[in-house]
Design a protein around this ligand. Sequence first.
Ligand SMILES: [Zn+2]
Ligand SMILES: [Zn+2]
Length: 409
Amino acid sequence: MGIDLEALYTDLHRHPELSFQETRTAGVIARALTELGIEHEEGIGRTGVVAILRNPSPEGTGNPVVWLRADMDGLPVEELTGLPYASTARGTDPSGGEVPVMHACGHDMHVTALLGALERLAGTTAEWSGTIVAVFQPAEEFGAGSRAMIADGVLERFPAPDVVLGQHVTPLPAGLIGVRPGTQMSASDGLTVTLHGRGGHGSRPHSTVDPVVMAAATVMRLQTIVSREIDPRDVAVVTVGSIHAGLKNNIIPAEATLQLSLRYPDDDARDRVLQKVERVIRAEAAASGAEREPTIVTDHTLPPTINDEAATARVTAAFRRAYGEAAVIDPGMFTGSEDVSWFARDSGAPLVFWFWGGVDPELYARAGAEGTIDRDVPTNHSPYFAPVLHPTIERGVENLVVAAREWLG
Ligand SMILES: [Zn+2]
Ligand SMILES: [Zn+2]
């Protein structure tokens, strides 16, 4: 009896859950693993699930150990795809507000593909040897799920990886794989900055330190970091995604809050950009006559997703043998970020993380011919993001099997 992967996917898609709230999803995964007879544990890193498939080699070592990782969480996005299996789910975000929820990043596809791959590998144990650890990770969208699993002992409680493999569905034509050695995705930090002024009456600005003007000057000055201080040949992003101050026109508030999203390709660039951002924030506060230093809090830190050169060469060659030369491309570095690489960094194992296409190839070709890909092909996090079911599901399964078998024989 096999898993009906299309039914599994559409069920997960209808029932997305926010980060660290993936309890129903974890239940669906655990049930499928039980049906497959695969040993597993729930509640790792709050809502994560880990499965182990052991197949001792003739020497009985159980090596190599291959980790296959899929993330599980949805996003606070109202689905507008109009699909028969579209989500109408609501959830409660960390601030307590009710929000729509959608699998707008395709993590439902990742879970489906990993369960499909486990079924295939469990059914072909005579053909390979080693150990597979399947990691169903919560809260990727918080950049916190892999750290939570590591804090919960995932690297000690389960066989440690010889290689970490993972994949993300992406708006490339279905059938295409994007993978590159080296930096595949940027590093990222999220900062919350509180600028402290001194509040007072709107008619008496001279008796206050106005944090609104301080914030405005800070936001503008931050824009000069990328345009004036970073080598034009390098990649960096400084985005102020949120700015809040004040409640009423005739009150000068006591503080202003900024939220920043920063991106860079490596740790060196990270150090340089962070130092410049901090310098600008502190200097603008000083220029405003602030009596207290600004408070700068790091909400999350994501390392760059760096694909190991040798391991990536092996996986790329395996994909080319399976799908043909033209089916595997180098998509360049993405300025999105991922927390998958903590598993590889903390264990010292090589990482290979690739993207696989989920867009109807005809639609993609048409948009390409008309020069409207950016408008007509919805990306991850869009309310219209909707991978085609086939062959995206089958390819997702096959990718994991092909890549894992490269190590397992
Ligand atoms: Zn995402
Ligand atoms: Zn994602």
